[in-house]
Design a protein around this ligand. Structure first.
Ligand code: HEC
Length: 193
């Protein structure tokens, strides 16, 4: 390779790097926005459809109770969960809240509660510290949710009620698997259901 070609390649490489810079720095949505705007509503879609589609024995889902629109909605919900969880899993650094965002229960920390002791809800600052201390574990828990979203898409495309049941009946554990570690309250204040 001539010196000149080498220099051009080098310049290209630098340009490419420089080009990546602003992209890599584009802010990932906050955890709070992800939870309230994406995870909660889409998980709700999955729970609503599946809870209305139990078979007579109650040990699985009946495909006959899932309409074409349901399957389409499930696919959309699965895709939203997968894509946002993937984004969180791959984020350079995850931010819990942005300006003006308040996490659920934070206002209740230390207040009297019906659970026998005071709410031990974590503040956004505490949650941020927990995530910053174990970013790889957070990414791993997000990846588990991304996988659940991907399986939901697969089940919806194949209209496979058994596969859908497998993922929907386990979904709250996928959510809790991260909440227990990073939200950190054994008994979080009222959870939307
Ligand atoms: C990779 C980690 C992770 C996964 C997976 C996860 N969450 Fe969360 N979630 C958090 C963290 C951290 C908080 C606490 C910060 C907050 O409240 O915004 C939270 C809080 C929440 C909140 C309270 C939001 C608020 O108003 O403060 C809701 C609702 C929620 N999650 C729903 C879900 C649902 C539903 C799922 C599963 C489909 C899920 N989350 C999966 C990390 C996760």
């Amino acid at each position: 390779m001539s010196k000149q070609a080498g220099a051009i390649l080098l310049a290209w490489g630098l340009l490419a790097l420089w080009g990546c810079g602003p992209k890599a720095a584009a802010p990932t949505p906050t955890v709070n926005e992800s939870m309230t705007q994406v995870m909660a509503p889409n998980a709700q879609t999955i729970w609503d459809i599946t809870s209305g589609a139990f078979n007579d024995k109650g040990d699985g889902l009946a495909a006959s109770k899932i309409s074409a629109k349901d399957w389409a909605d499930l696919e959309v919900a699965g895709r939203q969960l997968r894509d946002r969880a993937q984004l969180l899993a791959e984020a350079h650094r995850v931010t819990v809240v942005g300006p003006g965002e308040v996490i659920m229960g934070e206002h209740a920390a230390g207040a009297p509660s019906p659970i026998g002791h005071e709410w031990d809800a974590a503040s956004a600052k505490q949650v941020q510290a927990m995530i910053d201390a174990k970013p790889a574990l957070f990414a791993q828990r997000a990846k588990v949710l991304a996988d659940a979203g991907a399986t939901t898409i697969k089940a919806a495309q194949a209209k496979d009620a058994a596969m859908l049941y497998g993922v929907s009946s386990n979904l709250d554990e996928v959510c809790d698997g991260c909440h227990q570690k990073f939200w950190g309250t054994d008994e979080p204040p009222p959870f939307p259901h």
